[in-house]
Every structure is written in C-alpha cells, then in structure tokens.
Design a protein around this ligand. Sequence first.
Ligand SMILES: Cc1ncc(COP(=O)(O)O)c(C=O)c1O
Length: 363
Amino acid sequence: MSTALTEADIAAVNSVLKSGMLRAAGRCAELETRWAQMTGAKHAMTCANGTCALQLAYEPLFKPGDEVLVPAWSYIATVSMVVARGGTPVFCDALPDTYQVDPADLARKVTPRTTAIAVTHLYGCPVDIDAVQAVADKHNLMVIYDAAQSHLATYKGQGLGHFGDVVTYSLYATKNLATGEGGIVTCNDDGLAREIQLLRSHGETDKYLHERVGYNYRMNDMAGAIGCSRLDRLEAQTQRRREVAAEFDRIIAGIPGLSTPVTTPNAVPVYHLYVAQIDPARFSCSRDEFCAALKAEGVPTAVHYPRSLPLQPALSAWNNSDTPVALGLASRVFALPIHHDITGEHIRIVGEALTRVADAYRV
Ligand SMILES: Cc1ncc(COP(=O)(O)O)c(C=O)c1O
C-alpha cells in the first residue's frame, strides 16, 4: 500500500510521543528546513493542512473585494479560499492537453480590479510559469501557486519554490508526501514569511502579546516526524512514479481514442495523479461506462474532477466567465492507479484491460 508507514516512520512518531513534546517543535522545524532546501525556497512554514496554507498565503497578498484569477479546473480549495478571503474569483480556462491553466485566458481576464493570480500546479505538473509570470509582470499582480499535488516537481530545472510570491502544499494522507493532515507554505520574502508565521499563530510576538489578528494553523510534531521520516524516501518514490507514468504513456499512445497527459514545456512532473482522456466520439460509451468496464476488469480508476469549479453549487455566484475546455474535461478525464509501489505486473494488467475495454467500445 502506498500509504503504509514504515517501521522508521513509526519509530519517528514514537520518539515524539515519548518526548511528550506534541506541539510544533523540532521535527516541524526540521521539515521546514529540508522542504525549503528541496523546493528551492528561502522560507518554508509548516501548517495544519493545505487549505490553511492557502489562507495563510492569500491573506497578506490580496484584500477583500479584489479580483483574483483562478483556474476553472482544479480542486475547490484553490478557489474557495479566495472566496473565504473575500476576494472575487474570476475563472480561467484550462489547456486541453496539459489540463493546466491557459495563460492566454489569464491575460484575457485581467481587469483594473485584478490584483492576484492563484493557480494550481495540477496533478503533479507545473503550469507554464513563464507565461503566468509574464501576465503578472505586465499588470503588477501577485502570484500564488497551489502545489498541493506537485511536491518536488521542477520547472526549467529549478524547484517550484523559486517561482511566484508564495507556494502552498498539502500533506494530506493521499499526497506524495503525506503526514495525515498537514500543509506547508513557502516564500522568498523575509517580511512576508514573518507575516505568515504571525498569522499562523494568533499574531503572537511574545507570550500573550498579539500584534495582529491571526489563527491557530500550526502543524504538530507527530506530523512533522512522519513528514521528515517519509521525506527520506520521496525522491526515489517520485522517480518510480515517473517510470510508471512513462509505461502508461507508452500503453495509451497505442490505443486510438485515448490520450496521455501532456507535460508543460520545461516542466518535470511528479505524477501525483496520472490523468488520461477518452475521446467520446471514438467510443460507443461514456467515460463513466468506460471506467465501469475497467473496474470489471480489475482496474480501479478515479475522476478528478467530475465537474469544473464554475459548476460547483458552492461557487455558482462566481460562475462569471466562459471556460469550455474545463467543462469538457469533466466528462473525458480518468485517473489510472499510480504510486511508487505499482509493479510491472500491475502495469501489464492495466494495459491489457485498457486495450480490451477500448476494443469493446470502439466505434
Ligand atoms: C490542488 C489542491 N489544493 C488544495 C488542497 C487542500 O489541501 P488539504 O486537503 O490539505 O486542506 C488539495 C488537497 O486536497 C488539493 O489537491
């Protein structure tokens, strides 16, 4: 099981339990130092989860009433936390092959009220960072990258911590580095890091001296210990995900009507998810029927996501712009099982099932 803890992970937690130091302490600090170094950021701050990480990033960078350009194709937190901050999300469409935000649509949707871009490095693949930054530079916008799914991905040979004003991560139980619940915020500006640290802990600058209103969004040292222990294996596990993805690419390239995920130029993805697409015109079944047939063949799949964000009931008040590509992806994408423990035998079973199901439904 990819989510299994090793004896070393359990020993790391045990030693925190034995120490009695359960709050954020040495192990969280160690995770921060190592995460900053691994992602190329100056500062890394652990926090309670990836949603808190977004809140900690958003609060200093834009204010209520500001327009924020967001992806129509992402997990809801990237956008719902803009709403929680009082911002107005403006949805931008996805690219049909990489699934990442379309920088041309970002450029089209800037208005005089836009102050920030908050986009996701989705499924483990970086967005076209140069193109996003060009839009930001032209209009003087802040850039926040949600890298919840993209631990250790790189762009132009550099860690994601090099790019944008703030980068956020989730360490939720299913993420590539998982602590159960957990999050990290990174940035390169000393003042901003200080502000985020204050927000994370009730603005406390001295014992019971609160210089600003903040939250309790701290991690704890059990989670920190799991993170540090698992971090030892993350690079090797990421490499294995890339090998599995290359095998899936090879298989899918040979099946007419299916397409592989395309990587953004200059990016090296980490395949938190391996998301392929079905061309509905080439099959006599829907994506859901295709996936049900795969399941009957013993291959579980998942849909990330069954609807685009503008169509989420919670966000309907901001369904303010055309995002046809994202709309279409919702009925075309499916994720194959991927993690570092996938064996050659698993890959063979997946390949044979895909071929059989595609042959059965091809028109
Ligand atoms: C893209 C993205 N953003 C934000 C989050 C929120 O992270 P968390 O579940 O740790 O709050 C997640 C994870 O679930 C995610 O996938």
